[in-house]
Each structure stands twice: as structure tokens, then as C-alpha cells.
Design a protein around this ligand. Structure first.
Ligand SMILES: *Cc1c(COP(=O)(O)O)cnc(C)c1O
Length: 365
């Protein structure tokens, strides 16, 4: 069975190195926020070409802590998109803030800067905006940051699906006031358990996030602000250090597989993902669109090809967040049509060709 993502295959690709690294941690006697976390934070900051990385427990809390560090409080509003994992919105709700959903651009399926500007003009008490670099495709950060700056609101980039994606040679996560990464096992950079990080370029802000992740401690046992426990452990950090070395190569493989899909499926009626000139899309997902999504999905599953649907229901239609008055036509249409083909670095060109053969067979009766 071809899977939409395959964290086990990625583990096996680096198993010897990962096991040796874990053994080293086990023998060290130090298991939480130690030298492995510190080294990973330094290495990830270098990967981002400078700045500060703060390892936390998961991607959801990375968003939450970034927003809190930027001063978002209960009663504030935070603008984001509705075609994302509910985690993006859970983070906002954890603070007691209110999500305001912004329509997407139908081509990139990321936040529409024009729609954001319109929402910001309405005076809804918005303190921050959280664009999502969905599927590994960068959102239009120049226009989003410009709209946010004009309105005096902060920007937290949700980079959970976009480790290594870039705009004009600059990595995502470096455009906003802060960024949140998830290292959930299926992400482009994945741990073998939960993990996340906040990335910021400002040293003072980094200090605040570092305090927030551990009881608000300024130093051991002295809490300077209300904080929480959101720590990264040494075993996950050492695994991430191993995997970070291969991230660029694995992202390149994803792009090659995506190029193959694009080439072979270009003459079908399927709407294929578009890459934007000057951007690096890291294809966390290869997401096409078709109104016949369910039929194609069922057909492929019958051929041993499992596809993902990220995401079938937009957040404003989820039972927990239902806002029946709100209508976001582009977002809702995207959620009705998207289908994510298998796309991960353990796949071969032959695997992709097999998926394409089946799709072409399905498409030409
Ligand atoms: C995975 C993901 C998250 C949440 O990360 P966790 O580590 O699961 O908490 C947030 N936003 C997006 C876009 C994601 O893909």
C-alpha cells in the first residue's frame, strides 16, 4: 500500500544513526531541556540563517506561546485561515482569544492578503495574524506582513508544514514577528513523538518564549511571569538533530516527485498545485483538486494507493467551532475538492509513475 505519508520509512532510512543518538541520551542521565535540545536549537537557528529557536512540546503550543509572547491575551482576536488543522485555532482558543477566519487565495489556497486587509479594516480587536504555509507552499508573506504592519498587528507564521520552504531565498519563519514549527512524525522534519519549536529573530522575544515554556521561570524556581510546561525532551531533540541533516535532501526529493506528478498529470482535467516563481514549495503534501475527489480517492484506494484529504471540513464548519453565519466560498470549495497524493521522500519515481498510471486510467474511460 502506498501511503500519503510514511514516518516509519523515514525512521528506517536513518535507523542506525537515530538508535545511536538515543543510546547516547539514555546513558547521559539527562532527559529534558539539556544539551541535545540546546544543540538542536542552535542547529535549527543556523538552518534558518540566524535567529533563535525555542524547543517546545508540540506545534500547537508553539503557536500559543508565540502569540502569548507577542502580547495576545484573552478577549483579543486573532486572524487566521479555516483550511488548516484545527490545531492552529486551538492554540488561539487556549489563550481565550477569538479566531477570525480570513478567506484564501483560490490558486495557492493560502491566506488572501486582500481578504486580510479587508478584515483588518473592520476593527475587530485583532492583535495578531497567523498565516499557514499550507502543504509546504509559502503564503504571500510580503503582502500579508504589509497589511499587518499597516494595521499594527503582529504576525505568527504557522510553519508546521513548511520546514525549508522559502521566498526569494529567505526561509519561511523569518518574515513574521515569530514562527511556529511542529515536529509531529509525518512533518517534513519529524520527531518520533511530539515536538515543536518557536522561531524568532528578536533576542528579547526569545527570552520571553523560553520563560513561558517552563513555568515562567527566569531562573530555577523563580517565576517572573505566568508560564506553563511545554518542553522538548532530549530524545526527540537528538532524533531531530539527526533528521535535520537530511531535511534539504529530503525536501529536494519531494520536489522531484512533485515535478514528476506535474509533468505526467498536466493534460488531465485535474487542478494541479501551482508553484509560485521565486518560491520554494517543499511539498509536505502534493494536493490536487477535483470535484470528483471521492470517486478518485475510492478508485486509487482499490489499487493500493491511499490518499489524504487535508482538510475535509474547514474549521468554521467543525462542530467545536461552528460559525453558521460565516461563508467562505473559496475555503469551502477547496475543502470539498482537495486530494493529497502520496508524496514523501521514501517514494521512488516508479511509485509516482504507478500512481499516475492509475489516475490516467481513471481519467480516460
Ligand atoms: C501539524 C500542524 C499543527 C500542529 O502541530 P502539533 O505538533 O500536532 O501540535 C499546526 N498547524 C499546522 C498547519 C499543522 O500541519
Amino acid at each position: 500500500m502506498l501511503l500519503p505519508a510514511d514516518p516509519k520509512a523515514n525512521y528506517l532510512a536513518h535507523a542506525d544513526e537515530i538508535r545511536a543518538a538515543i543510546d547516547r541520551v539514555l546513558a547521559s542521565g539527562y532527559y529534558i531541556l539539556g544539551s541535545e535540545v540546546e544543540s538542536f536549537e542552535k542547529e535549527f537557528s543556523l538552518y534558518q540563517d540566524g535567529g533563535y529557536t525555542i524547543g517546545v512540546a508540540n506545534g500547537t503550543e508553539a503557536i500559543e506561546l508565540a502569540l502569548r509572547a507577542l502580547g495576545v491575551k484573552a478577549g483579543d482576536s486573532v486572524a487566521t485561515v479555516a483550511n488548516t488543522v484545527t490545531a492552529t485555532v486551538s492554540a488561539i482558543e487556549q489563550i481565550g482569544a477569538k479566531p477570525v477566519f480570513v478567506e484564501i487565495d483560490p490558486v495557492t489556497m493560502t491566506m488572501s492578503p486582500g481578504a486580510l486587509a479587508a478584515v483588518l479594516e473592520k476593527n475587530l480587536g485583532i492583535r495578531a495574524v497567523v498565516p499557514v504555509h499550507l502543504y509546504g507552499q509559502p503564503a504571500d508573506m510580503a503582502a500579508i506582513a504589509a497589511a499587518a504592519n499597516r494595521a499594527g498587528v503582529k504576525v505568527v507564521e504557522d510553519c508546521a508544514q513548511a520546514h525549508g520552504a522559502a521566498i526569494g531565498g529567505r526561509k519561511v519563519g523569518t518574515f513574521g514577528d515569530a514562527a511556529a514549527f511542529s515536529f509531529y512524525p509525518t512533518k517534513n522534519l519529524g520527531a518520533l513523538g511530539d515536538g515543536g519549536a518557536v522561531f524568532v529573530r528578536d533576542e528579547k522575544l526569545a527570552g520571553i518564549v523560553r520563560q513561558l515554556r517552563q513555568y515562567g521561570w527566569r531562573e530555577r524556581y523563580i517565576s517572573e511571569m505566568p508560564g506553563r510546561n511545554s518542553r522538548l525532551d532530549e530524545i526527540q531533540a537528538t532524533i531531530l538533530r539527526v533528521k535535520l541533516k537530511y531535511l534539504e535532501a529530503e525536501n529536494a526529493t519531494r520536489r522531484e516527485l512533485a515535478d514528476r506528478y506535474l509533468e505526467r498529470l498536466k493534460n488531465t482535467a485535474l487542478r494541479l498545485p501551482q508553484t509560485v516563481a521565486g518560491q520554494i514549495h517543499v511539498f509536505h503534501q502534493f494536493t490536487l483538486r477535483t470535484p470528483k475527489r471521492e470517486a478518485l480517492r475510492a478508485y486509487l484506494l482499490g489499487q493500493g494507493i491511499s490518499c489524504g484529504i487535508l482538510y475535509p471540513v474547514p474549521v468554521h464548519r467543525q462542530p467545536a467551532f461552528a460559525d453558521t453565519a460565516l461563508v467562505l466560498p473559496e475555503t469551502e470549495r477547496a475543502c470539498d475538492e482537495v486530494l493529497c497524493l502520496p508524496c514523501h521522500p521514501a517514494l521512488t519515481r516508479a511509485d509516482v509513475d504507478r500512481v499516475c498510471d492509475e489516475i490516467l486510467r481513471w481519467a480516460t474511460p
